[in-house]
Structures are given as structure tokens and as C-alpha cells.
Design a protein around this ligand. Structure first.
Ligand code: B1M
Length: 217
């Protein structure tokens, strides 16, 4: 299968919610030397974005959305170690605590961002989903984080990003812990409005934004 066909098949298996096929294609892409981030962004993500559009239009329902997310996650499980391995052997250049904010269980994008940051030399503590402001504060302090990354996929959970920033300020951590926000509904304008230090549209951009925010060369 050539690379174009492989990426198309990746998109299709997410649309079909086909978990086995998603994992099989991920293995195949590794054998064929396709960079894992290309498989994710140019293959599987195209499928889940299309699923989102169909769901919004009412042409697809929650069980199908769940099946597609499961297929996406099966592929990520295969690709994650390879994404994180891409640039190993470098020293740790920063410590990051990341999570999806309280009330929100979307974790696919956040996990991709976490893996790409690991691959680029950051020590990343992933708190998972539905993380409260208090938990972000506690873990950022314990971990000695330079930056906290907040993912939100729902318009209703975006305000929790602001609450985390407030909680960091109240805990006296805000002057030494930077904040990056992201997630499909989040914008640069929103980031400025809530006083975040940075916003990244996708995982690749997150790396350069984090480097900039932390003043790394
Ligand atoms: Co949900 N969902 N969902 N969902 N879901 C959306 C977000 C939605 C836009 C779909 C739609 O209607 N078109 C809609 C939100 C509408 C809104 O808020 N206005 C929606 C809804 C309504 C819901 C439920 C309420 C549905 C229901 O129950 N009736 C429910 C809410 C549950 C909850 O969180 N409380 C729900 C549930 C689910 C599933 C569980 C079925 C599943 C998630 C499974 C999982 O994550 N484990 C799911 C999915 C899969 C989606 C869509 C289709 C895809 C999300 C995704 O994984 N995208 C989504 C539609 C969409 O976003 N287009 C949708 C792929 C991923 C790679 O992209 O997450 O955007 P993304 O991440 C990108 C960038 O945004 C960025 O980098 C990533 C990689 O490039 N990024 C960051 C993300 N986080 C970042 C953090 C950073 C920096 C960059 O720094 C810290």
C-alpha cells in the first residue's frame, strides 16, 4: 500500500470505528517507515474530524462517535511509544504538567500534545481528563512544573482554564508556572482574555509555543 492509500485507509477505519484495522494500519505504517506524527495528523485525525462534522450535522450518533474514538485510541496506543522516541537521548529541557480540565473527558488531542512534548525533550506529567483546578495546582507544585498545559474541547469547559489560572495565582505559583491552553474551541484571543501565556492550535505548534514561553532557544 503506498503512503497516500495508507493515510486514506487510516481515515476510513476511524470513520468505520474499526479498532482492529486502526491498530493493524498503525503497525503497518511503522514497518513502512511513515513518521508516526504524519500517520496521526494526516491519517487518523482526518477521520475523527470528519466524524465530528457528521455528529454535529446529526448524521451520526453517540455510539458511533465512541467507536471512532476507540479506533483512534487503538492506533495511538501503537504509535505513542514511537512518537515519544523520535528525539530521545536529549537532556530534559523543561517540566510540564498537562491535562484536560474538569468536566471534560476528551483526551485524544491532549495525549498527542503530551507525546510530542516528550519527544522534544520535556518531562511531562499527564494528569489525564476531568482534572480539577486544585489538582493542577497540587501536581504543578509537587512536580516542580515550569508550565501547565490545559486542554478543553467543550465550549462549556473552556472557562475552567480561567479557573486554573486563578487557582495558580491564589496558590502563589503563577509567577513561576507558565500556562499553555489548547483544544478545538480555544483561540489565541481566548488565551489572552484569560491571561494564559500561550495558545497552540496543534501538537506541532505546541512545541514551539512552549519553547517561546519558557524562553528556550
Ligand atoms: Co465530543 N464533542 N462530546 N466526544 N467530540 C466534540 C468536542 C464536538 C465539537 C463534536 C461536535 O458536536 N461537532 C462537541 C462539542 C461542542 C461544543 O462544545 N460546542 C462534542 C460533544 C457535544 C460531546 C458530548 C457532550 C456528547 C454527548 O454526550 N452528547 C460529550 C461530552 C463528554 C465530556 O467531555 N464531558 C462528548 C463525548 C465524546 C466522546 C467520549 C465520544 C469522544 C472523546 C473520546 C476521547 O477523547 N477519549 C468524543 C470525540 C471523539 C469528539 C470529536 C469528534 C473529536 C475530538 C478529537 O479527539 N479530535 C469532537 C469534534 C471535533 O473536535 N472536531 C467532539 C482529534 C484531536 C487530535 O483533536 O482534540 O482538537 P483535538 O486536539 C488537537 C488540537 O485541538 C490541539 O492539538 C491537538 C492535536 O493536534 N490541542 C492542544 C488539544 N489540546 C491541546 C492542549 C494544548 C495545546 C494544543 O496545550 C495544553
Amino acid at each position: 500500500m503506498d503512503r497516500g492509500d495508507l493515510l486514506t485507509a487510516m481515515k476510513q477505519c476511524v470513520l468505520d470505528g474499526d479498532v482492529e484495522e486502526a491498530a493493524r494500519l498503525a503497525e503497518l505504517s511503522l514497518r513502512q517507515g511513515v513518521p508516526p506524527i504524519d500517520s496521526v495528523e494526516k491519517g487518523y485525525v482526518q477521520g475523527i474530524n470528519e466524524v465530528g462534522r457528521l455528529f454535529e450535522a446529526g448524521d451520526l450518533f453517540l455510539p458511533e462517535l465512541v467507536a471512532s474514538a476507540d479506533a483512534m485510541k487503538a492506533a495511538l496506543e501503537v504509535l505513542k511509544p514511537w512518537m515519544e522516541k523520535a528525539e530521545t537521548g536529549r537532556k530534559v529541557i523543561g517540566r510540564i504538567v498537562i491535562g484536560t480540565v474538569k468536566g471534560d473527558i476528551h483526551d485524544i488531542g491532549k495525549s498527542i500534545v503530551a507525546s510530542i512534548l516528550v519527544a522534544n525533550g520535556f518531562d511531562v506529567l499527564d494528569l489525564g481528563v476531568d482534572v480539577s483546578p486544585a489538582a493542577f495546582v497540587e501536581k504543578a507544585s509537587e512536580f516542580g512544573a515550569d508550565l501547565v498545559g490545559l486542554s478543553a474541547l467543550l465550549t462549556t469547559t473552556m472557562p475552567v482554564q480561567r479557573e486554573v489560572i486563578k487557582a495558580l495565582r491564589e496558590a502563589g505559583l503563577r509567577d513561576r508556572v507558565k500556562v499553555l491552553v489548547g483544544g478545538a474551541p480555544v483561540t489565541g484571543r481566548w488565551a489572552s482574555e484569560i491571561g494564559a501565556d500561550g495558545y497552540a492550535e496543534d501538537a506541532i505548534r505546541a512545541v514551539s509555543v512552549v519553547r517561546g514561553v519558557l524562553g528556550l532557544p
